[in-house]
Structures are given as C-alpha cells and as structure tokens.
Design a protein around this ligand. Structure first.
Ligand code: HEM
Length: 449
C-alpha cells in the first residue's frame, strides 16, 4: 500500500522496475496488482491478449462516479459496455470526418488572438489551453463553446477536477478496501456525492437544452448518440444514461489531457529555444506563410518529432487507467490469475533504457530519420480494446494547436533563464506541469502587420 502513496507515482514505479524488472507484483490489501513497465509487456497484455485484460477493477466508489459503471472509461468489459463504446466511437468518427478540422482551427485562431492580446506580458497560459481544449469537445458534443471567464465553464471544470481529486484521495479509496467504513460519517465522501450530482445536473442541463433546440446541429456527437440509442432500443442495452455518461467521458478525457500536453510543450521549448527555431523554419519553408492543415503533417517531420518527444517524456495519462484480468492468463510467461489489477506504466515504458538512449533527456531529433527513436515503442494512448477513445481527436489537436502557436509566436521566459519552468511535474491521473509564466512573443510577420 505504501508503494502507491508516492508524490510522483509513475517515477517511483519506474524506479522499482530498475530493481524488479519490466513486470512485478504489488500487494495492496486484498488486491494483487501487476505493474507493466516496458512497451513490449504492455503490448502483450493490452493488444495481443486484449480479451483477457480488457476489464476494469470494479469498486464501490468507482460505481458512484461512473453512473453505476455505465461510462466508458470505468465501465467493466461486457456486452453493454461494448455496445456503448462502439456507439460513441462511430459517433466520434462521423463527427471527426465532418467537422473536427474546422472546430480545432477555429479554437486555434481564437487562442492566437488571446495570445496576441497579452502583448508580450508574462502570463500563465494553462487556463487558455483548458478553454481551447474544452471548447473543442463541447462544440463537438453539443455545438456549444464558452468564453474564458464564463461561470458555466468554470463550474463545469471545477466540478470535474474536484471529482477526480476527491476520488483519488485516501478518504475515498479506504471505502473500497474497508466496507465497514461506509457506515461512518465521512465529509469527503459527502462532498464527492455532492460534486457528482452537480456534474450530472450541469450535463443534464446541456443535453436537455440540446434536445429542445429547434435547429439542431446535425453534426453534433449528441445527435449521433441519440439516434444510435433509438436503434438499440429494441435490444434494451443503451439508454439516455449512456448518452449522459459518454458526454462526461469525452469532457473529462478530452480537456485536461490536451491542455496539460500543450503546457508541457511550451515549457520544454522554453528550455530548448533552438528546437523552436527549427520548427518555425520548417513551418515557414513548407507552408510559405499559410496556416497548416492536418494533411501537411507528412511534410513537417520536425514538428511531428517534437509532438512525439513530448508524448514520450510526459505521457499525460502516465499510468493509463487500471485494467483487470477477466480470466486467468499470462504476461511474459508469468501466470496472472483472474481479477488481478494491471497497471500499464506508460511513463516507465517511455523511459526504458533498453529502448531509448538517454531516456530522461528532451531530444525530439531522436524521432527524425536516423535518430534511433522507435515510434512502435511509443504508447501514450494505450492500446487494444481500451485504446484511448479520443486518440484521433487528440492527434489532430496536438498537431494543429502546436503548428498554429509556433507559426506565430516564440515562447520565452519572463526575465532570464532563471525563470524557466520546473520540468518535474505533478502526477495524479493526469501528469501536469507546475504553473509557470511565459511570454508569447509574436513572430515578426505579425508585428509588421
Ligand atoms: C482513455 C491517453 C486525449 C477520451 C485513455 C487512456 C490513455 C489516454 C492512456 C487509457 C487507456 C487504457 O486504459 O489502457 C490520452 C492522451 C491524450 C488523450 C495522451 C491527449 C494528449 C483524449 C481525448 C479524448 C479522450 C481528446 C476525448 C475526445 C478518452 C476516453 C478513454 C480514454 C473516453 C477511456 C477509454 C476506455 O476505457 O475504453 N486516454 N488521451 N482522450 N481517453 Fe484519452
């Protein structure tokens, strides 16, 4: 149990791998956990043997935050979950084909304007990144975008962040391991219940609002989901609750992850200004002044190498989401009994010295031709049946946001190199950087204009 109460759990588990190898076991009360620390063993479990390890641990408190297990990220593997994931996956795909590019471009242009308006002052951009990422998802979900100061947006995010933080606290996890405690008063648990019902009220408000509109956005994910459950009605598998919980999944999964990644990218670039220059020069040469499209990515290897390297060094979901063995199986030749909890340590896999030379250094060039970086060993989105549902949304966002930002701005520290951001990070479910200030200096083209 003590092993799991560390400030930076992914680093701690990665250090244990140096002692015990790429697969080891931890005992936590009655629960046996197996930690996987190399991309090879993670792929074996998640991809090759996906049908053995596609479950999620079932818990009393997990059920409370997931609408009785009826969401995608925490729902256990069964017929209902499969139908739900299929439905949301095809709704996302449909929506990605129709409008994702335009939606991201619009948010990237908006972000550009916000940064221009800061006029060279030193600011913390984390909230602007959260707004941009959140607006992509809420526009896709129900055609709604928020302003930065909007109280609705703040309420939604404070409530979702609070749920994630409370759910991770030991006051709550104790209720899963010691059922007797559920009979005692627990103010932290009361707060969790209150936040869950506030979340449900906000989401219900949006969905009802969407349903009551005369002119519905036919491209919205909510529309596809509502149509989809009508088709499933005869099977009685999926209901309005699934539409509701899928919306929660997409907002939680799609906001803090992308925003955290953008914060990391700017911070690493402040430490290595020459990488910024190289990406900028590539953008100028290839795009000849225009804004990028996602289809340009094959012609922008330096930019893509930057994206891969930040995903490697700071996989924003460093321990993925725990899996559960749904039958007896094996990994790397070791017997794994049914119900074992599997922790894919993506952070560990991305720092495996057997695969990556100088694994703790920021070196985008490793992903350029001849640099020795292995894109196969890069698994920031997990894999198999539980592969991140928003992978294609995220990839387009990371590419377009970064390209737009680096085309128009140079990111520099506030005063001197002494004010460079601390790159160690704070790990909870999402691996975030400590807040820092940066000056977004417009590139000459824009100061002339
Ligand atoms: C799950 C990474 C962005 C929605 C996951 C998992 C990882 C991950 C590692 C767990 C996989 C597993 O359990 O093995 C990331 C990263 C992102 C990102 C690195 C961005 C940089 C997004 C976005 C969305 C999203 C934009 C929504 C549009 C989800 C959902 C799940 C998930 C719904 C649960 C999937 C399931 O349990 O079947 N993500 N994610 N993620 N992600 Fe993402």
């Amino acid at each position: 149990m003590m092993e799991l109460m560390h400030d930076h759990l992914p680093i701690h588990l990665t250090n244990l791998a140096q002692r015990y190898g790429s697969i080891y076991r931890l005992q936590c009360g009655n629960t046996t956990m197996v930690v996987l620390n190399s991309s090879e063993v993670i792929r074996e479990a998640l991809v090759k043997k996906w049908s053995d390890f596609a479950g999620r641990p079932i818990s009393y408190t997990g059920n409370i935050v997931s609408g009785g297990g009826r969401n995608i990220s925490l729902g256990d593997f069964n017929e209902e979950w499969r139908a739900h994931r299929r439905l949301v996956h095809s709704a996302l795909q449909r929506c990605c084909q129709k409008s994702l590019h335009d939606v991201i471009e619009r948010q990237a242009m908006h972000l550009r304007k916000v940064l221009m308006d800061y006029r060279d002052s030193a600011v913390d951009l984390s909230e602007d990144f959260t707004v941009a990422a959140s607006n992509v998802i809420t526009t896709l979900a129900f055609g709604k975008e928020y302003d930065k100061g909007s109280s609705e947006l703040q309420q939604l995010h404070s409530c979702l962040n609070e749920i994630v933080a409370l759910w991770g606290s030991s006051w709550i996890s104790a209720l899963d391991s010691l059922p007797l405690l559920r009979k005692l008063p627990n103010p932290v648990f009361d707060r969790l219940l209150k936040e869950v019902s506030r979340r449900d009220e906000i989401i219900r408000g949006h969905l009802n609002n969407y349903k009551s509109q005369d002119q519905k956005n036919e491209d919205a994910i909510t529309e596809s989901l509502l149509q989809g459950i009508k088709k499933h009605e005869h099977e009685g598998l999926l209901t309005d609750v699934h539409v509701h919980m899928a919306t929660v999944d997409l907002i939680i999964g799609g906001t803090e992850t992308t925003a955290a990644w953008l914060n990391w990218t700017v911070a690493f670039l402040m430490h290595r200004p020459e990488v910024q220059t190289r990406v900028y020069e590539e953008l100028c040469t290839v795009l000849e002044g225009r804004y990028p499209k996602y289809s340009d990515r094959h012609r922008l290897p330096v930019l893509c190498s930057l994206i891969s390297e930040v995903l490697r060094l700071r996989p924003v979901a460093p321990l993925a989401v725990p899996h559960r063995a749904i039958r007896d199986s094996s990994i790397a030749g070791y017997f794994i009994p049914k119900n074992t909890v599997i922790i894919p340590n993506l952070f560990g896999a991305h720092h495996d010295p057997a695969v990556w030379s100088d694994p703790y250094s920021f070196k985008p060039e490793r992903f350029l031709e001849g640099g020795g970086g292995s894109t196969r060993a890069l698994i920031p989105f997990g894999g198999g049946a539980r592969l991140c549902l928003g992978e294609s949304v995220a990839k387009m966002e990371l590419f377009l946001f970064t390209a737009y930002l680096l085309r128009d701005f140079q990111f520099v520290p506030a005063e001197s190199r002494a004010s460079l951001p601390d790159l160690r990070g704070v790990a909870s479910v999402v691996l975030k950087i400590k807040s820092y200030k940066v000056v977004a200096r417009p590139r000459p083209r824009d100061t002339v204009a």
